[in-house]
Design a protein around this ligand. Structure first.
Ligand code: GLY
Length: 479
């Protein structure tokens, strides 16, 4: 068995790292397990700090975002003091240009076209004006992730990279240990901060929302190193300048599960809309392109605070605003674990998605409890919410009991989006119809990500008993 830290954080993105740092700074011995530092949404983002430009409506979510934005300057300074490295915090203001008359904006000042062009040269002459968010801006998200990791390591956090957590073991209302590719880990308190992959470990409604991104580099001959001095947040596109001449352009919003890759249609959209809004960049050399998976939730707000066991805290589902929300998440979650829960967290409980069954359990915020070694761990299966035990079939465990079909969707995109939104892990496929390219079944088998889904073959479309038996055998891998 591996170490026994006081707190164990699953997830090595900025959310997990921020919480780890804040806990360790307050005397908690933290171990953090990270599957792949580079795959976290933290690296894939643009780093915008943009609650107004993102049009987050008034309410607890906007309050959370505003409180986080207000902490960024301090966090940037503290991280720089701890590590000697900059996170590229740049409160440059955000311009949100519009091609037509102003629509409603929750917080922002309307600037007419002349003022906008004065504020930032080189913008499209088609714009009618822009909303101006003076207190918003950006951080270099990759520098932030690196710096947080360094700060956490220097503070004493035990970061274990390349470790995949496979499940929680629960006894009563307590998590006893986690199973991982590096063995079992025990702790007094556990934090789930695995972003878009949270649903691999708990049946909470977090699903991936893919975003494609591209970056160009300002060549010599322009206002070097960076002619763009504001973040631009236009219709369907944002353009984020870094001080040293890189310009990050984003992002598509695609509900295609964990389908990897940049696509011609995605990149074409980014190039076209960016060139329309800021024509200056259309001949800038492309530096790189990439994609990532935002952790989406049904109401697009994060899931924070006490989880479905007394010593489990959730910090996931930050969707489009994980970078913005890092400081407040780290501060409030560390406080909650240490028994100082902020009432603002109540609005982000996982229980908002499970109102009826949740009432049956008393899951309340509890201060951190040290591991009770007097209670032997049992071989109870992977821990899940008590009202939703995992389903095990032939040795394979599924967190969702929902099985969905794959026929009769309008198209494959709608199918993929519906299946991703349902959170199901088992999808049934009419093998015969796929084989015979029956209408609606062309390309169906290839369209789904079978790394994430389990195919349940069915015999629909077979015309004789013999054919059905043959297809069933094929499905069982026995054909
Ligand atoms: N924060 C912007 C995005 O998720 O695309």
């Amino acid at each position: 068995m591996a170490d026994t830290p006081d707190a164990l954080i699953v997830g090595g993105g900025v959310i997990g790292l921020g919480i780890a740092l804040r806990l360790q700074q307050q005397g908690v011995a933290v171990t953090l397990l990270s599957r792949d530092f580079a795959e976290a949404a933290s690296h894939m983002a643009a780093g915008m700090l943009a609650p107004g430009a993102e049009a987050i409506p008034p309410g607890p979510y906007a309050t959370l975002c505003r409180r986080s934005l207000a902490r960024y300057g301090d966090w940037a300074e503290k991280l720089e003091t701890l590590t000697g490295q900059s996170i590229g915090y740049w409160p440059s203001g955000i311009l949100a240009p519009q091609y037509g008359p102003p629509a409603d904006a929750t917080a922002g000042t309307w600037l007419d076209a002349a003022t906008v062009h004065h504020c930032q040269a080189g913008l499209s002459d088609q714009i009618a004006g822009a909303w101006w968010y003076a207190d918003e801006g950006q951080v270099d998200n990759r520098a932030l992730a690196q710096t947080l990791r360094l700060a956490a390591q220097e503070a004493g956090v035990n970061i274990q990279e390349g470790v995949t957590v496979q499940g929680f073991q629960r006894q009563g209302n307590q998590i006893q240990q986690v199973y991982s590719t590096a063995g079992a880990f025990r702790a007094g308190h556990y934090v789930l901060a695995t972003g878009a992959w949270a649903n691999d470990l708990l049946p909470i409604p977090v699903s991936p929302v893919k975003g494609q991104m591209v970056a160009v580099q300002v060549p010599p001959g322009h206002d070097h190193p960076q002619p763009l001095q504001r973040v631009l947040y236009g219709p369907g596109i944002y353009i984020v300048p870094r001080r040293q001449g890189r310009i990050v352009i984003g992002a598509t919003v695609e509900r295609v599960g964990f389908t990897p890759g940049n696509t011609p249609v995605g990149l074409t959209h980014l190039f076209a809309e960016a060139s329309r809004l800021y024509p200056v960049l259309q001949n800038f050399p492309v530096q790189d392109c990439w994609w990532g998976f935002r952790p989406g939730t049904p109401d697009e707000a994060p899931i924070l605070g006490p989880g479905p066991a007394d010593n489990l805290t959730l910090a996931t589902g930050h969707y489009r605003n994980g970078i913005l929300l890092m400081p407040i998440t780290a501060d409030l979650i560390a406080d909650q674990i240490l028994g100082r829960s902020d009432p603002l967290l109540d609005a982000f409980s996982w229980q908002r998605f499970h109102p009826a069954p949740a009432a049956a359990h008393s899951i309340s915020p509890q201060p951190m409890q040290l591991l009770d070694r007097s209670t032997p761990a049992t071989d109870q299966p992977v821990a899940m919410m008590a009202d939703s035990a995992p389903l095990t079939i032939a040795g394979r465990t599924f967190q969702s009991r929902l099985m969905t079909g794959s026929g009769k969707y309008q198209d494959l995109t709608v199918m993929n989006r519906a299946i991703a939104a349902s959170g199901c892990e088992i999808v049934t496929v009419a093998v015969r119809r796929v084989q015979t390219h029956a209408p609606g079944h062309e390309g169906l088998a290839e369209a789904l990500d079978w790394q994430k889904l389990w195919m349940l073959p069915n015999t629909a479309g077979c015309k004789t008993a013999e054919e059905a038996v043959r297809v069933a055998r094929l499905g069982a891998g026995n054909g």
